[in-house]
Design a protein around this ligand. Structure first.
Ligand code: OGA
Ligand code: NI
Length: 391
């Protein structure tokens, strides 16, 4: 074929991938298309029989039971949080206890009663996280035409359906489709959220509200674990901050050893609360090795984002993580990303900076970040690295 003929063919091919992985798989697939094949050093290591070589056992992240924060164990739990944020940049919240939400709502009810003297009923109806996973599954099962209504190339669109990381810029695609929802302030964004499935908005809105409450609860614990006296100012700013809910869909992949659900990245933001279904896939970089996080049903994986690393002046680490796919089971995860308002300037807390601890990061605003990600693939920790002060 002459070069002049190859170009249109390539364009046609690329158009196909713009519709996402789910669409591709729904039309039958036995091999991973070249577009999704990662360079060898970036690929996960599988054996020929399609089994992931696990360097060690799955990683059991420190498990935080927030109910204990109220009791005599509070100082101990705070120390565990601090240790986890320094060592792994990750921890899990919850317990084997299927009544996690009840535990959390009891905690919140008390927390609110401490805060303003009145008890608000936070009783969570039914199983909020289970409903969320389930309705998201149904969203991704809708016909492509319905899902694609929300496709947009505008990075700051309040609702954005898409594929890979940045489907305009990525050279190699990831095996992932997503639905990104701006979630705070909710009344402003909710009318833009998908209206199908018919119960999507109500279930996802409940989920967003309750994760926001969990985030607020965790922010107070994190500030206290940093031993910042009167961290209230930051807590209040974060309460008014941004929340983006990202639903990730990873269809089964015929050759999971060749691709990634998500490439190594750190999360922009202060904290991410990640809900996974029962299929494993998340790996974090721990002591230079990729380790798989054991999903604990009903619990949340919480991780330090770039903003918390900056705010804590490097005490807490925004750690690289990635997602593997597998050949048999579809996987859904819901990441709720929380941070300061988009108009804020993020900088090391003045309370953690003194003559012995000079600021390690430049003041950083959202515009700088957007400019950065629009100009390249937000892989690895490039953005955070670019904000480091080097002497
Ligand atoms: C993310 C993320 C992990 C997962 O959405 O930023 O890292 O398991 N997700 O889907
Ligand atoms: Ni992430």
């Amino acid at each position: 074929m002459s070069p002049s003929m190859i170009a249109p063919v390539m364009e046609e091919e690329n158009k196909k991938y713009q519709k996402g992985v789910k669409h591709l798989c729904d039309n039958g697939l036995t091999k991973v298309p070249t577009k999704y094949i990662w360079p060898e050093p970036d690929r996960p290591i599988f054996t020929i029989s399609d089994k992931l070589i696990k360097p060690k056992q799955n990683l059991k992240l420190p498990l935080i039971d927030f109910a204990e924060l109220l009791g005599p164990n509070r100082p101990h739990v705070l120390r565990t949080i601090a240790e986890a944020c320094k060592t792994y940049g990750f921890f899990q919240v919850g317990s084997q206890n299927p009544k996690l939400h009840e535990v959390i709502s009891r905690f919140l009810a008390k927390q609110v009663s401490y805060g303003n003297g009145q008890v608000v009923n936070h009783g969570m109806e039914g199983d909020v996280s289970k409903n969320m996973i389930e309705v998201c599954k149904r969203f991704f099962e809708l016909p492509y035409e319905e899902r694609s209504k929300y496709m947009s190339s505008d990075m700051s669109a309040p609702v954005r359906y898409g594929t890979s990381f940045n489907q305009i810029k990525d050279n190699v695609f990831c095996w992932r489709d997503f639905l990104k929802l701006y979630a705070h302030p909710l009344p402003e964004y909710l009318p833009h959220w998908p209206s199908s499935p018919s119960d999507f908005r109500s279930l996802a809105a409940t989920y967003a509200k309750e994760t926001k409450e969990m985030f607020e609860m965790m922010v107070r614990a994190i500030l206290e674990s940093l031993e910042i006296d009167g961290g209230d100012e930051a807590a209040e700013e974060l309460e008014e901050g941004s929340q983006v809910v990202v639903v990730n869909c990873y269809p089964p992949c015929p050759e999971p050893e060749l691709t990634l659900g998500m490439p190594p990245h750190s999360d922009y933001g202060f904290l991410t609360l990640l809900l996974q279904d029962d299929v494993e896939g998340l790996q974090i970089l721990y002591r230079d090795e990729w380790v798989t996080v054991d999903p604990i049903p009903g619990s949340f994986v919480v991780n330090v984002g770039d903003h918390l690393e900056i705010f804590s002046n490097g005490r807490y680490k925004s750690v690289l993580h990635r997602v593997l796919v597998n050949s048999t089971k579809p996987r859904i995860s819901v990441a709720s990303l929380h941070s300061f308002p988009l108009t804020s300037v993020v900088k090391p807390s003045p309370k953690l900076v003194d003559e012995h601890n000079p600021p390690q990061y430049m003041d950083t605003d959202f515009t700088t970040f957007l400019r950065y990600v629009s100009s390249r693939e937000p892989k690895w920790k490039n953005f955070l690295e670019s904000r480091k002060i080097t002497i």
